[in-house]
Structures are given as C-alpha cells and as structure tokens.
Design a protein around this ligand. Structure first.
Ligand code: MN
Ligand code: MN
Length: 483
C-alpha cells in the first residue's frame, strides 16, 4: 500500500485543495454586480452628463462646438496662440468645424504621443442640393434626401425627424439651422405606406428594399400661397416661410450642409433604467468618453491627445476624415512648438513610438438575433468596454490587427487600474464585418487597438447602450491618456 502523501489525511487535503477552475479559467461578470457602490453612483451620474451631450450634439458640427466649449472651460487654448509648448500646456486644433483635436503636453514632451481617436459623424439623411418640390396630385411639398452611411432605410419612415446644419445666403451670411428639437418646433417625417395598401407595393420587396433611397423624402408643407399666377403654390409658400424666417432663397440649398436626424431625445431604457437609448451613439459615446478623459488628464508622462473625426461612416475620406492629413498637421505643429525645431526623421521615430486607441463601438449581443454572433466571442451588455484585437471582414481583411505585445500592454494597464473590459469580435466568421479608423493610424507605425462599448441596434435611429459600458469606456480612455 502506498503511503498517504498528505499529513493527517483528508482534513489537510481539503484545506490544500484548490479550485482549479478559479485558478485557470477566465472569469467574466456583469459590472452591475461587481462595481462598488460609490463607483456605481459615479457611473450613473456620468450617464446623466452623457445624456446632455447627446441632446446637444446630434451632428459633427454640433459635436465640434460642444467639444470646443468644454475645452475652453478647462483652459485649452487655440494651438496658434502658443509661441512654444511646455509640459502641462493644453491646446486644441479645429478642422473646418467638422473635426477637432485636443491635447495636453506630457512631462517627456514629444518623445511619444498617446492618442484616443473617435468619430463624431453618424448615419443619417442629407438634403439633396436641389431638394424642394411640390406634388400637385397629393397637394404636398417635400424635400428630397440622399442618405449618408450605412442605414436600414425602412427604419427612417414614420418617425419625427429634425433638420440640422448650416446654410449660406448669397450675400455670404451664415445661417445655423436646428429645427425640430425645441418644444413647439415642427418636425418632419417620411410617410410610410398604410398596411391596407402595402401588400403589392411593399410586401413583395426584400426587407432592405422595403423603403428605397429615392423614397426617403420629407413632408414639409400643405398650404398653397394665395396667388393665382403662381403654378407651384405650396412650394412657393414654403420658400416664402424660409425667406421670412431665415432670409433664404431656393438657390441657397445648393451650398448648404443640411442633415436630417431623429428628433427624439435620449431616454432611459428598461424598468431598471440600466440602458440609454439615443440616436448617434456610434460613435459619440466614444467621443464623449474620450473628451472627458482628455479634459481630466493631469500631468501625463507623454503628450496625450484626443481626435474627433468626421466622415468615418462613409470611409474616412476627405479633408475632415481620418484618411486626410489632419493628424500630421496637428502632430507636426505640436512637435515643432514643443521642441523649437523639426527634424523629419526624428518625428517619424516619435510616431513609431506612439500608441493609439481607436475608440469606436462594437456590437453587444441582441438576444433576438443571437445567431449572428459566436457567443463565446461576443460582447455582453454591462460587461465592460470591448477590446477588439482586429476588426475587418472575411479573413480579417481591412484590419490593422494589434500585436500580442500591444494587447498585453493594454490589458496589463487595464488590470492594474481596475478597468473592466471584455474581449470580443463583432460577429461570426464570414457573417459580415465592419471597419474602424484604426488602420489609418497604424500606417504611421503606431501601435493601435480598437476599444469601445458594445451597442445594441447599432446604426439605427435609437441605439442602445448599457450605462456600465459607457462608464467602462471612460475609465479605459482616461487610464490610457494618463500614462
Ligand atoms: Mn463607429
Ligand atoms: Mn458606424
């Protein structure tokens, strides 16, 4: 008989027995149960300020304005007002009212940049350049639209919509437009077809074609002007109203930026009020959390910046998108003002040492359509900000994929600072896919990884997020920028 390897038999054995699952397997818990009471309070308060931001900033221009005002309150100054930059200096750079960068110079100057980059545009409808017409047979005036970004068109009908943007009159006067957001304002609507008559006209169409691009037209008027000599009486009456209220003529539509967005306010979702539902959380949830992070950073070691881009939803092209050279434009300014000189090869070294978080949303599991996810690799609402080692589609096409080294660095940073996070992919392999702006930073040699909260019903007029994931994103960006 073998000798018992344990003294005193089972008693000590029981004591020594370890829970091998606890030791080896990954744990994952809802932040609603793990967060300490005090932090929970802070998180819910944070959600209230986020709600105010979502109310104010429904377009890229309104986001830039909000970000600028908050930055000024916190002592950030126009970078062109500095003759040189020293550690602790806070600056902003604006690009055409459509993208903006904020930064704070670190103790080690421009040895390395730490960036959090997000986007402030969201899928929506834009007015066509010649939008207004009158349909005599129905006696209604309409505005034609051209959709922007990846929308499901059928989601935009039969709901109150507002118009936001900027128009320039012929004389060069800038007219800011925001109609449909204030109580008492009219709203606009794309009329859907009644079910009684929809069987043939819509019933045989595939879901995505239930409403087609040219059918996305807003109802804007019904009253004919009293003038026998005018042919398009309802249209002209609308022009008269626009002229009296804003000084506009029809031609002014030609040069305007006018965007149609849902007119509703952000609302709590659920009996437990655990979630926020609102338009434009992709990606203004990352914009707001990274804004708060950069505003609150104190004495970072490295120079920390947050970038807020336009045009992500249509591929990041153009001079205000992440593929434009706004990044170089800003970083060369900062680098030169901080050093007093500019050496191109040394600047490239700095870029290679720099690190970035691509702050964009991921998808949280929608319980009604679980099939599109590999549940083991999918994000759960309330389990913290989602880290995606890669995005893209098919065989990871279009992804900049973070290295194991950088993933380790980021995960270690979050573990050390108690930032709750989860690791996930968007959906099943070959189910579909999506891209982010990460790769446009990776091309400079920076380490980049995608980090953002999981959203339910992404790209819909009413996107949903768990308040816990909002809080976790803020913690993640702040810890990163505070390095
Ligand atoms: Mn996005
Ligand atoms: Mn998007």
């Amino acid at each position: 008989m073998d000798a018992c390897p344990y003294k005193n038999g089972g008693v000590v054995m029981a004591k020594k027995k370890e829970n091998i699952e606890e030791k080896l397997a990954k744990k994952s818990e809802s932040m609603w149960t793990t967060l300490k009471k005090n932090d929970l309070k802070k998180a819910l308060k944070f959600a209230e300020s986020y709600r105010e931001f979502l109310k104010e900033a429904k377009t890229e221009r309104e986001s830039v304005e909000f970000i600028l005002q908050e930055a000024k309150k916190r002592g950030f100054k126009d970078i062109d007002s500095y003759k040189s930059l020293k550690p602790g200096d806070k600056f902003y750079v604006i690009n055409r009212e459509k993208s903006i960068a904020l930064g704070i110079v670190g103790k080690k100057g421009v040895e390395r940049f730490n960036l959090v980059v997000s986007h402030i545009d969201s899928p929506r409808l834009d007015l066509k350049p010649n939008p207004l017409w009158e349909d005599g047979e129905s006696s209604l005036a309409l505005l034609k639209t051209h959709y922007y970004g990846g929308i499901k068109k059928y989601q935009w009908v039969s709901r109150p919509l507002s118009i936001h943007g900027v128009v320039y009159t012929k004389s060069g006067k800038k007219i800011p437009v925001r109609i449909g957001e204030t109580p008492g304002d009219p709203v606009f609507v794309i009329p859907d077809l009644l079910p009684h008559l929809a069987h043939k006209a819509q019933g045989d169409r595939k879901l995505f074609e239930g409403i087609q691009g040219e059918e996305l037209q807003l109802l804007v008027g019904n009253i004919p002007i009293e003038d026998k000599d005018i042919k398009h009486k309802i249209k002209v009456n609308i022009l008269k109203i626009l002229n009296e209220k804003y000084g506009l003529v029809e031609e002014d539509f030609n040069s305007a930026d006018l965007e149609i967005v849902p007119a509703h306010e952000p609302r709590d979702v659920g009996f437990d009020e655990s979630m926020l539902g609102a338009y434009g959380q992709d990606d203004r949830i990352c914009a707001y959390t990274s804004l708060r992070a950069v505003l609150e950073v104190e004495n970072p070691t490295y120079t920390s910046l947050s970038f807020f881009y336009d045009k992500e939803e249509i591929g990041s092209d153009g001079n205000v998108g992440a593929q434009g050279n706004f990044l170089e434009y800003v970083l060369v300014k900062v680098y030169t003002l901080a050093r007093g000189d500019f050496k191109h090869h040394e600047f490239l070294e700095t870029l290679y040492r720099s690190k970035a978080l691509s702050a964009d949303v991921s998808a949280a599991i929608n319980p009604i359509f679980k099939n599109v996810h590999d549940i083991q690799n999918a994000a759960k609402a309330g389990y913290g900000v989602v880290i995606s080692k890669y995005t893209g589609h098919g065989g990871k096409y279009g992804s900049s994929e973070a290295t194991a080294e950088f993933m380790y660095e980021i995960l270690s940073l979050f573990r050390k600072n108690n930032v709750p996070y989860q690791i996930a992919e968007l959906g099943k392999v070959d189910e579909g896919g999506g891209g982010t702006i990460a790769k446009f930073f990776a091309r400079y040699g920076m380490d980049v990884v995608d980090i953002g909260p999981g959203i339910i019903s992404m790209h819909s007029p009413f996107e949903i997020v768990s308040k816990m994931d909002l809080w976790s994103a803020y913690l993640a960006y702040k810890v990163f920028l505070s390095q």
